[in-house]
Design a protein around this ligand. Sequence first.
Ligand code: FES
Length: 153
Amino acid sequence: MDPETLERLDCLIDEAGLEETDLIGAMQDIQRELNYLPEEAMRLVAQKIGVPLSQVYSIATFYKTFSLEPRGRHLINVCMGTACHVRGGVQILEKLKRILGIDTGGTTNDQRFSLEAVRCLGCCGLAPVIMIDGKFHGKLTQKGLDRILEQYE
Ligand code: FES
């Protein structure tokens, strides 16, 4: 990691706070900044806040919001909950895999999209649903996917 990025992360951690209770917030800020949590960043946050690296790792691997691999600029969450499953969620996921040329958990070569399958997104009335960068797209059809993806550079 280059010195400028490390310095930026150092500031982010300072701004989040240096108490143990600030740990997850600092990790979220780093995740937002880099789109993932590289080992060097996890070492830095552990050292600055004064917690074991293993604690940072266990948080990073427990919460889906964190990624240990570089993610794309846009994260697509495809709902695999019951209502979405019944209304074609699996076909939506398969179509997205074909369009993007990646598998679940993967990232496109141009770093544009990452694809994840998740449990119920909490808006079953809109099934089948995907969420891109926190925005819901519901009552999906396979045909409509290209137009939705076009909105994300
Ligand atoms: S099952 Fe998909 S939003 Fe609930």
